[in-house]
Write a protein that binds this ligand. Sequence first.
Ligand code: PMP
Ligand code: GLN
Length: 375
Amino acid sequence: MSKLPNISTSIFTVMSKMAAEHNAINLSQGFPNFPVDERLTDIVAKLAKENVHQYTPMSGYPPLLSKIAVLIQNSYQRTVQPETELLVTAGATQGIFTTITALVKNNDEVIILDPSYDCYEAPVLLSNATPIRVALNDDYTPNWEIIEKACTTKTKMIIINNPHNPTGKILTESDFEALEMLLEKYPDIVLLSDEVYEYITFEEKHISAHTREKLLNRCVMVSSFGKSFHVTGWKIGYLVAPDYLMKEIKKVHQFLVFSVNSICQMAISAYLDLVSTAAIGELYQEKRDYFRQLLKDSRFELMPCEGTYFQVVSYAAISNENDVAFCKRLIIEHGVAAIPISTFYADGKDLKLIRFCFAKDNATLEEAARRLCVI
Ligand code: PMP
Ligand code: GLN
């Protein structure tokens, strides 16, 4: 009877709810707890009194579309056409859902790399298509040979997430070269590039699909202002796609949401004149370094973190429990919430790894670390 018999409540909902019930420090679901830039909240307060409360055009508030085009130009030296190649969405989640629903048909196959963020599979299943989960290597680099072996005449889409949630891994120049070679052999495959953490990378620079000439005509890129500007609750992001794909995506978008909330679009549009994306990576690099420093003498083993605001740790030296049980006990007995990494694997592979979100003020990170260091 269920259309999604094997899909249950998202782990982010489960863990945030449990954290609230036990009054634990919530380092599970990925959202910042520090104040939003006052320039942005001032813009909203001012806008709220103006005539800004009705529908915007379906594709987005036109000045915002133009400013997204400028942002992409400045960040990646790519020229996009605001009217035909951009779409403002209600968060990256809606952008991803809309893209998959619009482009993936009955019996198509969609390659999803394991471990992966949780919002890709459901729209594939609802499109009566088959998700093909392909394991990343043990160090979370993509294994392009295995990915190529998974490609068939039915493959419609490959989804990449760069920087990668939950592992913090970023793709390299040679990854893109391998991907481009693979896609040359399969002209019908569309690439969905989830780059919601595009501005959150550290020592290594983010390589965006925007900069790959060979991919542009077949790639849908998704971004999230929620992530970039620390306003996850605003649910606002955007898609970039070539005209012929965007036409299809807009057909679905118009009946899914029609348009995205007006005041947030207008606020982001005004804010884009004031803000620099360069500061975002620096902010989170400091937080990553501080959090890692705080945990250095704990019994948790810190995994590498090249981007995103997530730190994966191993608790193998502490417990043999499975990661879901460990996370639950961490909340109840130690007052800290995390995300079990097994939930990012199709087969629930338990590697004794959990994910902490370090997008928190220093006092929160310090108190969480104090609790974690005595385990
Ligand atoms: N993709 C990834 C990899 C994410 O971590 C998230 C969570 N922010 C999303 C998509 C969804 O983003 P949004 O909150 O803008 O819908
Ligand atoms: N992307 C966020 C994370 O990985 C969660 C967003 C959500 O709760 N859907 O924690």
